[in-house]
Design a protein around this ligand. Structure first.
Ligand SMILES: O=P(O)(O)OC[C@H]1O[C@H](OP(=O)(O)OP(=O)(O)O)[C@H](O)[C@@H]1O
Ligand SMILES: O=C(O)c1cc(=O)[nH]c(=O)[nH]1
Length: 217
């Protein structure tokens, strides 16, 4: 695991964005862990999050022209990533986001920020069923731009409706890379190699959950 991924997991645990216990998911599954990007709710946390997204983009070597954050949670993620790309990677990129409801007065429209053009990189927190990505793809296509990929915080690496994960479904359906900052395998590796073993029972629960719902690797 990359140092920045380890740092991201430690940071997510410290901010309680990554929690262990018993959580009911949208799918109805009872999960031993839960990720909520809404817990990165301070200026310092957002700055760190932007650095983590920018680091994942650089490591993946993605080629793109513009960052796009789907409303609502994608908006602070794309903006903090744009700041981190300019500050830490010397890349001053245009960025934009959509409104959930198009505005019919003033400047109107549903895109705020740089007009969608060229190769667009979508920045979001998680992909559950792929609905938000489908909506972003429609906006990108309608603008005559192309999607370059998606970056998310976490890939839970679990089966969706069929045998593949929602993330893999997005990869196949649109033929674009989907890059997570960390995966469930990374979280497990972190828990298993941690000097302090207070989280070991959670690692066991996650292994059981993975055996039941995990994708085939
Ligand atoms: O793959 P999906 O099934 O679309 O689920 C993932 C999306 O759901 C959440 O956003 P949501 O649409 O709930 O809106 P929010 O960002 O305003 O909370 C999340 O931020 C993703 O964008
Ligand atoms: O599947 C979900 O509902 C879900 C899982 C998770 O870890 N985080 C989240 O916001 N939703």
């Amino acid at each position: 695991m990359h140092d920045e991924q380890r740092e991201f997991i430690e940071f997510a645990i410290a901010e309680q964005a990554l929690r262990f216990g018993e959580f009911t998911l949208k799918s109805g599954r009872i999960s031993p862990y839960f990720f909520n990007a809404g817990h990165f709710h301070s200026g310092a946390a957002l700055a760190m999050l932007g650095r983590c997204y920018a680091g994942a983009i650089q490591r993946a070597g993605l080629e793109f022209d513009l960052l796009f954050g789907p409303a609502y949670k994608g908006i602070p993620l794309a903006s903090s990533t744009a700041i981190a790309m300019a500050t830490h990677h010397d890349r001053n990129l245009p960025w934009s986001f959509n409104r959930k409801e198009a505005k019919d007065h003033g400047e109107g429209g549903s895109i705020v920020g740089a007009p969608l053009s060229g190769r667009v990189l979508i920045i979001d927190d998680v992909i559950t069923a792929g609905t938000a990505i489908g909506e972003s793809m429609a906006l990108i296509e309608a603008a005559g731009a192309t999607a370059a990929g998606v970056v998310v915080a976490l890939d839970r690496q679990e089966r969706g409706q069929g045998d593949i994960s929602a993330i893999e479904d997005v990869r196949r359906r649109y033929g674009i890379p989907v890059i997570p900052i960390v995966t469930l395998a990374g979280i497990l590796e972190y828990l298993e190699t941690r000097a302090d073993d207070s989280l070991t029972p959670h690692a066991r629960a996650i292994q059981d959950y993975r055996a039941r719902y995990g994708i085939q690797e």
